[in-house]
Design a protein around this ligand. Structure first.
Ligand code: ZN
Length: 168
């Protein structure tokens, strides 16, 4: 269900060069960076709307990390894998985008010329531009009881772990 009016932030975002595999168009748009400490640039699954999360400013993130680390299924994983899965999970449990879909760290932009989703990221550029991404919020998370939160985190961690094992 789409939430109320999204809050937007104005930030300088680093761009990357993308290549459309359908029409060969090359273009620059913000890169999906989740390498800065606690800062994520993501896109909504459906329309590719830009979203931004500053994890250090969001109390829900600490709670999600704590729940995830306490799950027995996480204990067997390497710290690297665990951190990646937890990062994907706290983006997935954020409030949905205005288009009704979830935000995802791996969602690339659509080609601005032909609209294709078959786009690959070639390289990061050093070009920064001002954008107005939607600030990721956790209203729905904050309204849940503890058992619901644990179940939701467990669900998404499993989901991303299964996806990962299938990719390589
Ligand atoms: Zn294209």
């Amino acid at each position: 269900m789409p939430s109320d009016t999204p809050e937007r932030v104005e930030v300088e975002l680093q761009q990357a060069e993308f290549h459309c595999k359908a029409c060969s168009h090359r273009f620059e748009l913000p890169t999906n960076c989740d390498f800065h400490y606690g800062e994520h640039v993501v896109r909504s699954e459906k329309l590719g709307e830009l979203g931004r999360l500053h994890a250090l400013d969001e109390p829900a993130i600490d709670e999600i990390i704590e729940i995830a680390n306490a799950l027995p299924s996480m204990a067997r994983l390497s710290a690297h894998t665990r951190n990646n899965l937890i990062g994907e999970t706290y983006i997935a449990v954020a409030d949905v985008a205005p288009d009704g879909s979830r935000f995802a760290s791996g969602r690339k932009p659509d080609c601005p010329k032909c609209g294709s989703r078959y786009v690959s990221e070639l390289r990061g550029t050093y070009n920064f531009q001002t954008f107005n991404p939607i600030r990721l919020r956790y209203h729905s998370w904050n309204g849940m009881v503890s058992a619901e939160k644990v179940a939701l985190v467990d669900y998404w961690l499993e989901h991303f772990r299964d996806g990962r094992s299938g990719t390589r």
